[in-house]
Design a protein around this ligand. Sequence first.
Ligand SMILES: C[S@@+](CC[C@H](N)C(=O)[O-])C[C@H]1O[C@@H](n2cnc3c(N)ncnc32)[C@H](O)[C@@H]1O
Length: 282
Amino acid sequence: MVARCFLFHTSANWGSERDKVHLNELLRVPFPLPGHEFVSPEAGQIVNQVSQKFSKLRTRLQDTFNDLKTDAKRSSLFDDDVTISKQWQRERKKEFYYKKAKKEGYRARSSYKLLQIDKIYHIFKNSSIILDLGCAPGGWLQVCKQKAKNAFILGIDLESIQGISGVEFIQGDITKEGDLNKIRNKLQDKADLILSDCSPSVSGVWSIDHARQLDLVKSAYKISIDLLKNKGIFVCKIFQGEDFNEFIKEIKAHFSFLALYKPEASRKKSSEIYVVAKNLKN
Ligand SMILES: C[S@@+](CC[C@H](N)C(=O)[O-])C[C@H]1O[C@@H](n2cnc3c(N)ncnc32)[C@H](O)[C@@H]1O
């Protein structure tokens, strides 16, 4: 009889891709191998221990994968910002507003969210200086240009965008003071309307992504307090979750009108909602 040996290692980062492959290969092998016997009882014991250990690891791995899958699903609450899977991409392509945006020449389906917000809250009326935070790829900028033809429009994003005639753009980070100075230098005056559709790059872990998004909204809010004219309008995307109510209260204290609105173009399952705050009280 030939005794078989498995070479294996355990390590702190047992969840690495390489380990998953190793484990998958090993776990498919039944213990003991059919047609083989253990050369000694000790060898049998060791193999059984190894087998049990892998069985526990397998359960842990399965739990971890399930958690990750749940997190990935919940992160799809980030609506059009996340590319989770090929299946998700396929679903997106079938989606009504995605097709509509392609057909009507908008760079993002989110353009319809802004159009729907404007239909109810008339945010472009009297807006002659507009700042769009987190503007790439430029779907909202296109709407701004369309709705406020003569306005001075400035967008900022970490990513570069394809130019839009009559629209100024800064590639930068809204959380960096240096980039905020660039905005201040470009704006001719304080703004009438500040928009923020900012979303962080997604880690896939919902709690982390949620906290990052809230940090971004808070930065956008600070910018609006600093750079909006008296009676100016602030519109931002926010995800409902921990600290949401508290933050809404804070915004309410500075504006005389505040509404929470979920445009039809925003997916039902998404926890995103838009804050429309009007009449900044300076
Ligand atoms: C949902 S997309 C905006 C879509 C845009 N409203 C449109 O219609 O095309 C969110 C954007 O926020 C940007 N973003 C995230 N963090 C940022 C930051 N710290 N500063 C500037 N932009 C940021 C991302 O790069 C991303 O392009």
